[in-house]
Design a protein around this ligand. Structure first.
Ligand code: CTP
Ligand code: CA
Length: 237
């Protein structure tokens, strides 16, 4: 890491990183969201700044202090994130979608607070109608005009074995069409909001073995591995 930082091997490159989790409003005080903290995106931004990159962060509901030396834009919903990332990605050399966009949003946002039923005795539920959000990463792949631009996705999957994780990841990589996909297993108290995690990177020419190695350590260290892989893809174009 020290060597990469000293070489400033990302100098001259513009890197866009999305981070956090989007919120989709149900009514003025409630939303549908997820547990993404933004820490992975933040670690990527710090690592990229250290290595000399020009870094733009697009943050969805992240409560961490802005990393030094970055330009931070914010978005609340998936559609806002799509707009911000789309603008930032224009002219970017590497785009890393570390954010967790909500896949669905309420079909309609209620203008006033949803109330419980007035009949006190009835245990009435509430049915929500959801519609699908745009797939930002797939859209970036479709809209890519600079064929040297490297697009990196993340996939957090509930998987019990590495084989299952990698198989889900390979399907997703093919579906999205991005260059690299960073896989991690979630569930059972793993990953979300934690400092350490374990990832596997698939895609790119370095992905030769059937089972790409597990990379473990701090999010900072993993961030450098991810940037190494993205730089490798770029250097081959
Ligand atoms: N992603 C995106 N736009 C969305 C959903 C996801 O750009 N609406 C990005 C994420 O930021 C991530 C990658 O796509 O980099 C994979 O996200 P994931 O949620 O694992 O993929 P999905 O296609 O939404 O599949 P799933 O049904 O498993 O959630
Ligand atoms: Ca999803």
């Amino acid at each position: 890491i020290a060597a990469a930082a000293a070489r400033r091997d990302l100098a001259g490159l513009r890197i866009v990183i999305s981070a956090g989790g989007t919120h989709e409003p149900l009514d003025p005080v409630r939303f549908i969201g997820n547990a993404s903290s933004g820490r992975m995106g933040w670690a990527l931004a710090r690592a990229a700044v250290l290595r000399g990159a020009d870094v733009a962060l697009v943050a969805a509901n992240v409560t961490l202090p802005d990393p030094a030396g970055t330009e931070v834009r914010t978005a609340t919903t998936t559609r806002e994130l799509e707009e911000q990332v789309g603008k930032a990605a224009d002219g970017a050399d590497i785009v890393v979608m570390a954010a967790a966009p909500a896949d669905f949003r309420p079909a309609s946002e209620q203008p006033s607070k949803i109330k419980k039923s007035s009949s006190a005795d009835a245990d009435q539920g509430l049915e929500l109608s959801l519609v699908q959000n745009p797939d930002i990463l797939a859209g970036l792949v479709r809209a890519r005009t600079d064929q040297r631009q490297v697009l990196v996705g993340f996939a957090a999957e509930t998987a019990d074995t590495p084989e299952q994780l990698i198989s889900l990841g390979r399907d997703k990589l093919a579906r999205k069409g991005c260059d690299l996909l960073v896989l991690n297993a979630v569930g059972h108290g793993r990953v979300f909001g934690r400092a350490d995690s374990e990832i596997r990177i698939i895609g790119g020419s370095a992905d030769e073995s059937e089972t790409p190695p597990a990379l473990a350590g701090s999010k900072e260290l993993l961030a450098h591995h991810i940037l190494d892989a993205a730089l490798q893809v770029r250097s081959e174009r």
